[in-house]
Unconditional design. Structure first.
Length: 134
């Protein structure tokens, strides 16, 4: 029988300006055991990120004001002890090659196209957090 809580103990910062997307992703990950902190903007994420450690970042690319690429560049500029090397994946409705390349250049390890399948989302978060998918 598969582990019903494969993400137990994993702290995820979810950054997406779409409330419905935040709600769905938060529900999927929480049901698998993750502790999810969801925010609606990159500035709010930077403030939240600076105050607590996270195991994984899930970041929408297309947000008003500061986009996901700029947010990730700011995170990657931090020293490792301040979270500058936390594993991260993009969330985007656009999934063209240029977007994937830009994601990698900005410091993301993975690129997820919306709508993302729940099983794929759970697997990506588990792998980013250093767990073998179950």
């Amino acid at each position: 029988m598969p582990d019903r809580q494969p993400l137990a103990g994993i702290r995820v910062l979810l950054v997406d300006d779409d409330e419905d997307t935040r709600d769905i992703i938060e529900r999927v990950l929480s049901r698998r055991g993750a502790e999810v902190v969801a925010v609606a903007s990159a500035p709010a994420a930077l403030e939240t990120f600076g105050g607590q450690p996270f195991d994984v970042l899930l970041v929408d690319i297309m947000m008003p004001g500061m986009d996901g690429y700029e947010f990730m560049r700011k995170v990657r500029a931090l020293p490792p002890e301040k979270g500058g090397r936390v594993p991260a994946a993009t969330l985007t409705a656009r999934s063209v090659i240029d977007d994937r390349l830009e994601s990698l250049r900005a410091g993301f390890q993975n690129h997820l196209a919306k709508p993302v399948e729940p099983s794929e989302l759970v697997e990506v978060v588990a792998v980013l957090a250093g767990r073998e998918p179950k």
